[in-house]
Ligand binder design. Sequence first.
Ligand code: ADP
Ligand code: TRP
Length: 327
Amino acid sequence: MSKIILSGVKPTGRPHIGNYFGAMKQFVDLQNSEPEAIKYFFVADYHALNLIQNAEEMRQHSRDIVLDFLAIGLDPNKSIIFKQSDILEHTELCWIFDAITTVPYLKRAHAYKDAVAKGGEEIINVGTFNYPMLMAADILLYDTDLVPVGKDQKQHVEFARDTAEKFNRVFDSETFKLPEPYILPNVEIVPGTDGQKMSKSYKNTIPLFADDEEIEKIVMGIVTDSTGEKPQNVYNIHKIILSANNASDVVQDKLQKIYEENKGKYKNLKEILIEDLKNFIRPLREKRAELAKDEELVNNILKVGREKAGPVATEKMKQIKKAIGVI
Ligand code: ADP
Ligand code: TRP
């Protein structure tokens, strides 16, 4: 049986280098290193609905994510690229999981706890609360073995495992496989320009397709600690960027040389980082701009993806419906 790899990204705006190094780069690396595996990468548009409640924005961001996927190297001939809302079985299976999941269990979710801490329970919508069950459905519907994600999604993959086990137990069946998260330890938390985890919500991101001017402005604004000789926030981002195209010992050597030669000269170090960032981002940005010229590309790719993923989901759903006794 082929190994199954699956992951999704919410269409919530421009991806940043934290999303790329933490998760999306692994999609491409796995796509190319696992030719025998079946790979699914999808636009998690229903997951984004908790945040994006504007039709034009949703449409635009969803199209953008597909272009982002292609620009970083996902290839529709090697991977199945689809949109969550195109495959009705995702939400259908979510409902089935709701029926076997308790409220206290979902209250353990980090994302839910964070939302409560921020705004209180009253303002949390049911979709946010139920988010892990839709994600479990996304994963389990395709008999997924491996889920490449950033570290903050680990608990969600564990919820999917628990839900698979619970379903199999309740309905005395072997309907679902138990998925494993795939998280690379050296990039599990990519730091932002202020040293905290890079995140859209902290406004400390470097967009993956930033233009040169934007890169200059962002890097010059990186928070530096004036007590040390090495500006740690600059260094950490530099390390990640160089690791895109170099082995870790090469990165180590290069950085050691640069930071030794420019001890205490923060401006020089930032300028070197700017150049390295520009060189890393430029080809991605140019490829993306080229792809965006083809108005039909995204629709065509999503159509092919729907045609490939749809029958798999339908087949699995039959098995699930038999297990619960609705057919
Ligand atoms: P954000 O925090 O900017 O809203 P998302 O929650 O949309 O990002 O994350 C999308 C994917 O990127 C997830 O798999 C997440 O784990 C990963 N990710 C996001 N930020 C980082 C980061 N700073 N380091 C590593 N992975 C990240
Ligand atoms: N929750 C993920 C995120 O915020 C996106 C996602 C939705 C996902 N469904 C998924 C990731 C299934 C992996 C597998 O990034």
